[in-house]
Design a protein around this ligand. Structure first.
Ligand code: NAD
Ligand code: MG
Length: 335
């Protein structure tokens, strides 16, 4: 074989190899060069049964809607523990009930993941909301505080408008606010109370999502907070539990409706979580003292333990997750 032939043979084989490599790599869209991991310090294992306070808890009651700052023990929303890694950099989120509980845990985590965050809350929750605004700002992100009553359709529309204006757009909507009052008997639930629960838990998400939709670009996400109650309702939560079944259901229908538009719709189903909702009428004093004792982990969850779920569902990395509900039930509940 003369030199010219050798070269052309090498060229052909090399070219073939490159061609095969292209075929193998080609379909992996968005693939980049492999990245070396940073040298992480090993994390110590944490026993989930002893990580947080266990029952029995002190009896305590606050007028609705309650303040996290007045609870004993105070809930953990990740104030000192949540560490971000840029998963939501540049995103713009509206979170209802962002002053306390799961909404606050999501707000702190979103800000530390690089998102600007607008929170809604009931006007009397201003003290809790101020703490959240300070935490969002401390993370170097924009914080927009929009107090108001979600039972009012006109306010729900204004809420979305103000969030869009304040954030300069919107691509994450967390419909998390909720009303839960325990009543031993259906006979104890007045029409006014029933209406209050329905307005907060079913109408408000309907109004907010309708107002938000024209602003949501493909890649945006809507996240609803449902509950273990959607699947396994307690006898004293007749009205509340059915609203959580409705939330689970709207997540699934809207996901089908909005999937073709590139908008994902997901849900979070918490088990018993230590939040103001429970100490302001959501649970009886009896239930509160032993709150979470029937969970496999023997304690209630803390809002901080759900923060990473809200982050995961909002993250573009979860681009094939829609119409799905992620649970955090401590061993109870479905899914
Ligand atoms: P939380 O009290 O901290 O949050 C509920 C929030 O709803 C309040 O902070 C308040 O801002 C908001 N809200 C209620 N009515 C409102 C109104 N009319 N106008 C404006 N805001 C209003 O309690 P949480 O437990 O974190 O609740 C968040 C969500 O989690 C709710 O949807 C609740 O149903 C759900 N959830 C809670 C538990 C639990 O055990 N705590 C379990 C499953 C699901
Ligand atoms: Mg609150």
């Amino acid at each position: 074989m003369n030199e010219e032939n050798k070269i052309s043979r090498r060229k052909v084989i090399g070219g073939l190899g490159a061609g095969l490599a292209a075929v193998a790599v080609g379909p992996v869209f968005g693939a980049t060069e492999p990245q070396a991991n940073a040298p992480y310090a090993p994390l110590s294992l944490q026993d989930p049964t002893s990580k947080y306070p266990k029952p029995p808890f002190k009896g305590q009651s606050q007028p609705w809607p309650g303040l996290a700052s007045k609870m004993d023990p105070k809930p953990d929303h990740g104030e000192t523990s949540y560490k971000g890694s840029g998963r939501l950099a540049g995103r713009k989120a509206l979170i209802t009930g962002g002053d306390s509980g799961m909404g606050r845990a999501a707000a702190i985590a979103y800000a530390r993941e690089g998102a600007d965050v607008a929170i809604n809350y009931f006007p009397s929750e201003e003290p809790d909301a101020r703490e959240v605004v300070a935490l969002i700002k401390a993370a170097g992100r924009k914080a927009v505080a929009i107090p108001g009553d979600l039972r009012d359709e006109a306010f729900c529309k204004r809420l979305v408008d103000e969030a869009v204006r304040g954030l300069g757009g919107l691509d994450i909507v967390v419909s998390n606010a909720g009303r839960q009052q325990a009543h031993e008997s259906i006979l104890d639930i007045s029409t006014e109370q029933f209406d209050w629960t329905m307005k907060t838990n079913i109408y408000a998400p309907f109004w907010i999502i309708k107002a938000a939709l024209p602003h949501l670009q493909p890649g945006s996400v809507i996240i609803g907070t449902t509950s273990e109650q959607a699947y396994d309702p307690s006898p004293d939560l007749y009205d509340y539990a059915q609203t959580k079944a409705a939330t689970m259901n709207y997540v699934k229908s809207l996901a089908k409706q909005l999937g073709p538009k590139g908008i994902r719709v997901c849900g979070v189903a918490p088990g018993p979580i230590w939040t103001p909702l429970q100490v302001s009428g959501g649970a009886t004093q009896e239930k509160l003292k032993n709150f979470g004792s029937d969970a496999a982990l023997g304690r209630p969850g803390q809002p901080a333990e759900l923060a990473s779920i809200y982050v995961q569902l909002a993250d573009s990395g979860a681009s094939y997750t829609t119409g799905n509900i992620y649970g955090a039930g401590g061993g109870k509940g479905q899914p």
